[in-house]
Write a protein that binds this ligand. Structure first.
Ligand code: ZN
Length: 477
């Protein structure tokens, strides 16, 4: 059970809009911005992620939120617990008020049935749910009965229209009804777990959400992701992406900047883009020697849009994305390494400013303006990589603290565009300060460049070892 976000926004005098970057719905309440993912069971209140049991969804113009939204997300917005009456609560909460106990929640008013009015049937299929929508005045008066293997919807008035589309099998094995008939039967599959129903007004409709797992549709959606060369693609599940065989074998190195985007520069004519390419190439050589497949986002002095860089990593199903940069600061004394992993919330002002600086590189070509690969999306969909990314960031940071003899900087979080959308652990390292005379001199020294490449390689191989461990044969017992 759930409710429409529109109702919640109206009841609490908030507003519902769209995030300009991610195009996800944004609920603004009491000055707090709650981003709602319709692709995963996550919401984000002022950048703080809240996990939900069920994914919000757009159902015929209604942004459907699970009832738990009231207990898990709303308190974060209102700054306190919220009393919820019943699972079907429609959020009739007045400004700052807890609804009095025992007050009956207004039920959707029974629509006046029009004789002969029709109810159209539509279905929407996802891997974990099948949504069936019956639209029309008579739909909200329909009776829904659950049997052992089927759900039967019976209209009191009117008739059903539409074609029973092939919804595949798994959660729902089929939908059957006769044109103009009053009975619709939904055959439940082995993947079915539960049914949620929702009656909506303006326009009137009955939405039935069959939840579960493993809904398969034929034919499977085209897979535009290329399997890594040399990896078998056998045993691909229907509709599932090709799986790689090795646990960790592909690394994408991203030399920062390139082409007309020089990155940081020095009065002496050094350019960040040239040095990051050298460092990436040296690191690639070492990683390849260690048996890894390495892909560079650029191997020449060219400008590659930021989003394309992570797209390359995703396309190649990389296990790791490492973006290499050099730092700069108005203070010549600033020195040391900083390693970043992606987060909407920057660690501090410095991190915010740095991210803003690095993020400008792609916009020069206008490439990031309408990107669907954005921070918010990444944050919501790729939360699982944050921990792994932080582990790698720590490893790199420790290597470089030793190499550069500094400990005053460290691992930080910031919203880097170049890390957005990476479907793998992704880290950005600011190796050293080009603005520091000492460090810029060292950066041009081939021996130091080799050390940097070794440090990055060590960190990556140590990180890889974490992945390889579960692949090792279990100890004999
Ligand atoms: Zn940079």
């Amino acid at each position: 059970m759930g409710f429409c976000a529109e109702d919640l926004a109206a009841a609490l005098k908030g507003s519902l809009g769209k995030d300009p970057v991610s195009h996800y719905p944004v609920l603004t309440l009491r000055g707090k911005r709650t981003l709602i993912s319709t692709a995963s069971a996550l919401a984000s209140v002022d950048g703080k992620i809240v996990r939900l049991q069920e994914s919000p969804a757009v159902i015929e113009g209604c942004l459907w939120l699970p009832a738990e939204f009231l207990t898990s997300v709303l308190p974060q917005i209102l700054g306190g617990p919220v009393a919820v009456r019943g699972a079907e609560a429609k959020a009739p909460l007045a400004e700052g008020k807890v609804p009095p106990k025992g007050e009956a929640k207004p039920e959707p008013k029974a629509a006046q049935a029009q004789k002969g009015a029709s109810v159209s049937v539509g279905a929407e299929v996802a891997a974990d749910s099948v949504r069936l929508t019956l639209a029309g005045k008579d739909a909200v008066l329909a009776d829904v009965a659950q049997g052992s293997n089927e759900i039967v919807v019976t209209l009191a008035e009117g008739g059903l229209t539409g074609t029973a589309q092939d919804v595949g099998a798994g959660i729902v094995d089929g939908i059957a009804f006769n044109q103009g008939g009053r009975t619709l039967k939904v055959a439940l599959g082995p993947g079915f777990k539960r049914l949620e129903s929702l009656k909506l007004r303006d326009p009137d409709r009955l939405v039935l959400v069959f939840k579960g797992e493993g809904q398969r549709v034929n034919p499977p959606p085209p897979d535009d992701v290329q399997a890594a060369p040399g990896t078998a693609d056998a045993g691909t599940a229907p509709g599932g992406p090709p799986r790689k065989t090795a646990a960790f074998d592909t690394v994408v190195l991203d030399p920062g900047h390139g082409g007309s985007d020089t990155g940081a520069t020095t009065a002496g004519g050094l350019q960040e883009k040239d040095l990051t390419l050298v460092l990436a190439q040296k690191t690639a050589a070492l990683l390849e020697k260690a048996g890894l497949r390495v892909i560079l986002t650029r191997s020449t002095d060219t400008q590659v849009p930021l989003v394309q860089r992570t797209a390359i990593a995703n396309y190649n199903r990389a296990d790791l994305f490492l973006s290499i940069h050099l730092n700069s600061s108005p203070a010549p004394s600033a020195r040391g390494t900083e390693t970043y992993f992606l987060s909407r919330n920057a660690t501090d002002l410095w991190s915010t400013q740095l991210a803003a600086k690095e993020n400008t590189e792609g916009t020069a070509s206008g490439a990031t303006a309408d990107s669907g690969l954005n921070l918010v999306l990444w944050e919501l969909a790729q939360t699982s990589y944050i921990v792994e990314s932080s582990v790698l960031a720590e490893a790199i940071q420790q290597e470089f603290n030793t190499l550069l003899g500094t400990t005053d900087r460290g691992v930080r979080q910031a919203p880097f565009v170049v890390l957005e959308g990476a479907q793998m652990p992704a880290v950005l390292v600011e190796v050293a300060f080009l603005s520091n005379p000492d460090e810029s001199k060292r950066l041009t020294d081939p021996a130091f460049q080799d050390q940097v490449a070794q440090g990055l390689t060590q960190s990556i191989l140590a990180f890889k070892a974490r992945y390889d461990k579960p692949e090792a044969p279990p100890p004999a017992s």
